[in-house]
Design a protein around this ligand. Structure first.
Ligand code: FAD
Length: 451
C-alpha cells in the first residue's frame, strides 16, 4: 500500500487543522465535508456553540504550523470567571496568575480560516460530500452527493474527523472487538444572545467568562468581537423544577429569567423569540476503542466527544493533531501503521482523563463556584502555586495553561483534592486561610507522591 493519499472526513475545526499539518508533511490531502461551502456566508450552524474557549493546548497546535498570529486578532482574552449571584452582585475568580487567560473565539470564522489555510497549503476540498460508508479493508469511501448521486473514492489512509456522530466510527463499530459507549447527560443547552448596549458597547465586562451558577443549572456568556455575548443556558431536559420540558411560553421563559438570572434578563431584549427559535441541543460523551483499523483512524470528537464543561473538546482535538504530527516526524510518513498504533496507545488514556474531568467540572461550574468556601479554596491553591510554582499547580491550570498530559494532571489533581478537602474541613478556615503552614502542605504533597 502506498501511503501518500490521505482522505480526511469532515472539514470541522480538527479536520481543517489536520489538513494543514499533513500538507506541510508533503502528503496528498483531500478533505470531504457533508455541508456546502458556506465560507462566504455569515456562519451559524443551527444548534452548535458559536463561540468557544481556546486555551494553551489549542494555541500550541496552531503555533506549530504558524497560525497563532493569524488567529490572535479574532480572540478575546477572558482572565477569569465573573460569577453573578441571584441579586445581580458579581465576584471575579481569576483563572490563573500573571494575566493567564482563555480566549473566546467564534467557531465559524475560526473554521473558515483553518479551511482556507488547508486549501492554501494545497489540500483539495470537497463540499456536499456526505460520507455514508467506509470499507475499512478495501479503503473505499462511499459519498452521497446532493442530487442522490453516489461517488466512491479510494485512499491509502482514511481519517475520521467527522465529529461525535462519525461515519468512519460507524463503519468501525461493525468490526468485532470494537468497544463503544455513549452517554447523553441529563442536561441540554440552548444558545441566546446579549446584544451590545444602547451605546454599541459590550453590556458587561468583555474580558471574563460570565457565569450564573444556580445549583442544578446555569447560564454562561462569552464575548464576541461584535460586542455581543453568546449565552448558553444549561438546564435538565426534564424532571426538575426548572427544566426545558416545563417551559412552554413567553411567561415561563420570563419567569425563569426574572427569578434566577434577573441581571441577564435586563440585557436580553430578544430572549423569548430566541428561546423558541433556537434549538435545544443534547450533550454527549463518547468512549470508543480501538481508534485505528487498517490505516483508518478516528480523531477529535469522532474518537472522544466530551461534554463542554472544561472547554477542552476542540483544544484536545488540536492536541491530537500536534501529537500525530510528532509521530509522523519521528517515524516518517511511510510508516502509518506504526504511527497510528503509537498514536492511539499514547492518546487514549489522556483523552479518557479529560472526558472524565469534563463530566466532573459541570458540578464545579453550576454549583461550587457560588460557594464562598470554594472561593477560599481557590485562593489557598493560588497562594500555594505562587509560593511553590512547581510543587503545586492547580488542576485547572494544569489542564488549561500547560501541556502536562491529561492523565498526569488528573492524578495530581486528585491528590491535591484530598489534601485540600482536609484543609477545608477546618471550621475556622474562612478566617485562618492566610495563616496556614504552606510549607507543611507542600510536604504532605511530596509524602503522598512518594507513597
Ligand atoms: C456547547 C458546546 C460548547 C463547547 N465549547 C468548547 C470550548 O469552549 N472549548 C473547546 O475546546 N471545545 C468546546 N466544545 C467542543 C468542540 O465543539 C468540539 O470538541 C470540536 O468542535 C470538535 O471538532 P471536530 O472537528 O472533531 O468535530 P466537529 O466540529 O463536529 O466537525 C465535524 C465535521 O464533520 C462534518 N461531518 C459530519 N459527518 C460527516 C459525514 N458523514 N461526511 C462528511 N462530513 C461529515 C461536519 O459537518 C463537521 O463539519 C464545545 C462543544 C459544545 C457542544
Amino acid at each position: 500500500m502506498k501511503n501518500n493519499n490521505i482522505s480526511i472526513l469532515g472539514a470541522g475545526l480538527i479536520g481543517s487543522l489536520l489538513g494543514v499539518y499533513l500538507r506541510k508533511r508533503g502528503l496528498n490531502v483531500s478533505i470531504f465535508e457533508k455541508r456546502s461551502d458556506n465560507r462566504n456566508d455569515q456562519y451559524k450552524e443551527e444548534g452548535r456553540s458559536i463561540n468557544m474557549a481556546l486555551s494553551h493546548r489549542g494555541w500550541k497546535a496552531l503555533e506549530k504550523v504558524g497560525l497563532k498570529e493569524k488567529i490572535e486578532p479574532l480572540a478575546i482574552p477572558m482572565y477569569g470567571r465573573r460569577v453573578h449571584d441571584e441579586h445581580g452582585r458579581t465576584s471575579f475568580l481569576p483563572y490563573g496568575k500573571d494575566q493567564q487567560a482563555i480566549y473566546s473565539i467564534s467557531r465559524g470564522k475560526f473554521n473558515q480560516i483553518l479551511l482556507e489555510e488547508a486549501e492554501k497549503e494545497g489540500a483539495q476540498l470537497f463540499f456536499d460530500h456526505k460520507c455514508v460508508d467506509v470499507n475499512i479493508y478495501t479503503h473505499q469511501i462511499k459519498f452521497l452527493l446532493p442530487d442522490e448521486e453516489v461517488k466512491r473514492v479510494a485512499s491509502d489512509v482514511i481519517i475520521g474527523a467527522d465529529g461525535a456522530y462519525s461515519s468512519l466510527r460507524h463503519a468501525m463499530q461493525k468490526q468485532v472487538r470494537f468497544n463503544f459507549s455513549q452517554e447523553y447527560i441529563s442536561h441540554g443547552y440552548k444558545e441566546l444572545t446579549i446584544p451590545p448596549n444602547a451605546e454599541g458597547e459590550f453590556a458587561m465586562d468583555p474580558n471574563a467568562l460570565h457565569i450564573w451558577p444556580r445549583g442544578n443549572f446555569m447560564l454562561i456568556a462569552l464575548p464576541n468581537p461584535d460586542k455581543s455575548f453568546t449565552c448558553t443556558l444549561f438546564l435538565p431536559f426534564e424532571g426538575t423544577k426548572v427544566c426545558f420540558d416545563k417551559i412552554h411560553d413567553q411567561r415561563d421563559v420570563e419567569s425563569i429569567f426574572k427569578t434566577y438570572f434577573d441581571d441577564a434578563f435586563d440585557m436580553m431584549p430578544h430572549l423569548t423569540s430566541e428561546f423558541f427559535k433556537n434549538p435545544t441541543s443534547a450533550l454527549i460523551n463518547i468512549n470508543c476503542y480501538p481508534w485505528v483499523k487498517n490505516q483508518c483512524v478516528l480523531i477529535g470528537d469522532a474518537s472522544h466527544a466530551m461534554v463542554p464543561f472544561y472547554g477542552q473538546g476542540m483544544n484536545s482535538g488540536f492536541e491530537d493533531c500536534d501529537i500525530l504530527d510528532d509521530l509522523l516526524a519521528k517515524f516518517g510518513t511511510t510508516s502509518w501503521e506504526l504511527v497510528l498504533e503509537k498514536f492511539q496507545k499514547i492518546r487514549k488514556p489522556d483523552t479518557d482523563a479529560v472526558c472524565q474531568l469534563a463530566l466532573e467540572n459541570f458540578i464545579e461550574m453550576r454549583d461550587s463556584v457560588s460557594d464562598p468556601k470554594f472561593q477560599i479554596r481557590k485562593k489557598i491553591e493560588a497562594k500555594l502555586h505562587e509560593l511553590y510554582p512547581k510543587e503545586w499547580i492547580p488542576l485547572y491550570t494544569m489542564v488549561t495553561f500547560t501541556s502536562i498530559p491529561y492523565t498526569e494532571a488528573y492524578a495530581q489533581g486528585k491528590l491535591q483534592d484530598l489534601i485540600m478537602n482536609k484543609i477545608m474541613a477546618d471550621p475556622l478556615i474562612t478566617q485562618n486561610w492566610d495563616k496556614l503552614d504552606y510549607e507543611d502542605i507542600i510536604n504532605q504533597v511530596e509524602t503522598a507522591k512518594a507513597v
